[in-house]
Write a protein that binds this ligand. Structure first.
Ligand code: ACM
Length: 292
């Protein structure tokens, strides 16, 4: 795997320092090109890239990065699906422990007869949370069960203290409610494993960050899953975006990349816009149309 980047960028954002919690954090993405149906090879490529990565606190990998994305049908996805003892979960546990950091990555999750397009977040002591994709895209609707749990943020212990993160997967970007639910639950960063096919997400994440004053890490894949009678092409351009909408790191369209950016979480904790406006205090839920 040829990694471009691997650069540690430092960015200082304005805003209050947090009290007792982590103020500085190093977020990263690994963009790669999974080979469909070759999980051992894909896991080995990811392991090699992470082994040589600079220090990070949280690294995000793409959606379904070990299996590939373009399943023909539910039966094929079920055959590739894993539980908490599967190779992807094991890879995340072992790699997180070895690097002393957190990893988030997408995988096909089997739970009894249910099958989810999930993201698994694992910490250095094996701490784990799983998010099941709520908004299923295109053929996914015939393959996976829709996520059965609400968007929830989780606390991650990192060397500088505690930060709060929220998981969403790929097409969830299209629904502002995904990022907003996580931000209202205290998420300071959106961890966003993706296999993007539409062209707009990378720019939309600037808006998601701006409207919630949070960081985001979108880890996309590159290349094409060519299944003979159909193929799906992915758009690369993984991104890290700041709470002011600034793009802090971006990957090429069609090359492997690993980028890590050091940020100041105070910028995501401070929802003030100016002396009179505060993003959270200014909300007027009573004026918003009821959703149902
Ligand atoms: C997608 O949600 N993977 C397009």
């Amino acid at each position: 795997m040829r990694i471009v980047g691997g650069l540690v960028k430092t960015r200082t954002n304005e805003g209050r320092e947090g009290t007792g919690a982590a103020a500085r954090a190093r977020f990263g993405f690994l963009q790669l090109r999974p080979r469909f149906g070759r999980p051992e090879e894909n896991l080995a490529s990811a392991a090699e890239a992470i082994e040589h990565a600079p220090e990070f606190d949280v690294l995000v990998l793409p959606e379904l990065f070990a299996s590939g994305y373009a399943f023909r049908d539910r039966a094929e996805a079920l055959a590739a699906a894993e539980d908490a003892e599967g190779p992807t979960a094991r890879f995340l546990r072992e790699t997180a422990a070895r690097r002393g950091a957190w990893l988030a990555a997408g995988y096909a999750e089997r739970d009894g007869n249910a099958l989810y397009n999930s993201a698994r977040l694992t910490g250095p002591r094996g701490e784990t949370s799983v998010y099941r994709k709520v908004h299923l895209f295109d053929r996914e609707r015939e393959i996976f069960d829709p996520g059965d749990r609400p968007f929830r943020a989780v606390d991650l212990r990192v060397p500088a203290g505690v930060l709060r993160a929220g998981l969403m997967i790929c097409y969830d970007w299209r629904f502002p409610e995904s990022a907003r639910s996580l931000a209202l639950d205290g998420a300071e960063v959106l961890l966003h494993p993706s296999n993007l096919v539409l062209p707009n997400c990378q720019d939309a994440m600037i808006v998601r960050c701006l409207e919630n004053r949070v960081y985001s890490v979108t880890a996309n894949r590159t290349g094409t899953d060519d299944r003979g009678d159909f193929s799906i092409e992915f758009t690369g351009r993984s991104r890290i975006v700041g709470p002011d909408g600034a793009v802090l790191a971006t990957a090429p369209v069609d090359a492997d990349a690993l980028e890590i950016v050091e940020v100041n979480l105070a910028a995501a904790r401070d929802k003030r816009i100016n002396a009179r406006n505060d993003l959270w205090r200014d909300r007027r839920p009573e004026a918003y149309r009821r959703e149902r």
